[in-house]
Design a protein around this ligand. Structure first.
Ligand code: FE
Length: 212
C-alpha cells in the first residue's frame, strides 16, 4: 500500500467511525462497532476507536509511566462509570502511547501500564504528552478499559495540543479537558462510561453478583 493509499484508508476509517458515508463504502465492514445510544436517564457510552498496531500484552501495573529524565507533562485522571453514572470499582484501565517523538516501544514497556480503579471508580496516570506519527495528525493515548463489561478500546486526545481537529479519528467525546499548573504540567480529566453486561448476556451467578 502506498503512503497516499494508507493516508486515505486512515481518513476513510475515521469517517466510517463518525458515521459518515465513505465513497465506495469498502471499509464499512472494518468500522469499530459503537455501543448503542443511551436510553433516557443514561450517560452516553464512551465511543470505541481502533486498537492500532502497537498494543502489547504484559504491560506492568503502575500509574507512573515516566522514564528517567522525563518531566510529568500530563496527569490524567478520572473515573470509570456505568451507564447509570455509578462508579465501577476494580475496573482495569490500561493505557499505551508513543514516546515524545512518536515511536512506540515494541521491545519493552515504555509509556504503557495499567491500574485498577479504586472504590470510587477513580484512576490516575502520570505520563508525558506523546508525540505524533504518520499517518496520524493528533497526539493520542490508546486505552483499554474493562469493568464487568465488554472491554472498551478507545483513544484519548489532549486538550490544547495541535492537530486534534485534523485527525481522522478525533472527536470531542474523547477529548481530555486539561488545566495547566505553574510548572506547565497538564492536569487532564476523563470519565469513561461503560455499558455493563446485562442479565441477558451474563450467564453465571458470579458474574451477576459482580455487577455494581
Ligand atoms: Fe497510536
Amino acid at each position: 500500500m502506498s503512503t497516499e493509499e494508507m493516508q486515505s484508508a486512515f481518513a476513510a476509517m475515521g469517517a466510517v467511525m463518525r458515521g459518515e458515508r465513505v465513497p465506495g463504502g469498502s471499509l464499512a465492514g472494518k468500522a469499530v462497532r459503537q455501543p448503542e445510544p443511551p436510553k433516557p436517564g443514561e450517560l452516553k457510552p464512551t465511543p470505541q476507536e481502533i486498537d492500532g498496531p502497537y498494543f502489547r500484552l504484559g504491560a506492568p501495573q503502575r500509574s507512573n509511566l515516566l522514564e528517567p529524565g522525563d518531566k510529568p507533562e500530563l496527569i490524567l485522571s478520572g473515573r470509570v462509570l456505568n451507564e447509570m453514572g455509578k462508579p465501577i470499582p476494580r475496573a482495569v484501565v490500561n493505557i499505551w502511547s508513543s514516546d515524545a517523538v512518536g515511536n512506540y516501544d515494541m521491545l519493552g514497556y515504555k509509556y504503557t501500564g495499567y491500574v485498577f480503579t479504586d472504590e470510587e471508580g477513580r484512576y490516575e496516570f502520570t505520563t508525558i504528552v506523546p508525540g505524533c506519527y504518520y499517518p496520524r495528525d493528533a497526539k493520542h493515548i490508546h486505552v483499554k478499559v474493562q469493568g464487568v463489561s465488554s472491554p472498551l478500546t478507545t483513544q484519548l486526545y489532549v486538550e490544547g495540543e495541535p492537530g486534534n481537529e485534523d485527525d481522522a479519528f478525533y472527536t470531542t467525546d474523547l477529548l481530555v479537558r486539561c488545566t495547566v499548573d505553574e510548572q506547565g504540567t497538564k492536569h487532564g480529566t476523563f470519565d469513561f462510561v461503560l455499558r455493563q453486561v446485562t442479565e441477558k448476556e451474563n450467564v453465571t451467578p458470579e458474574s451477576l453478583a459482580a455487577r455494581v
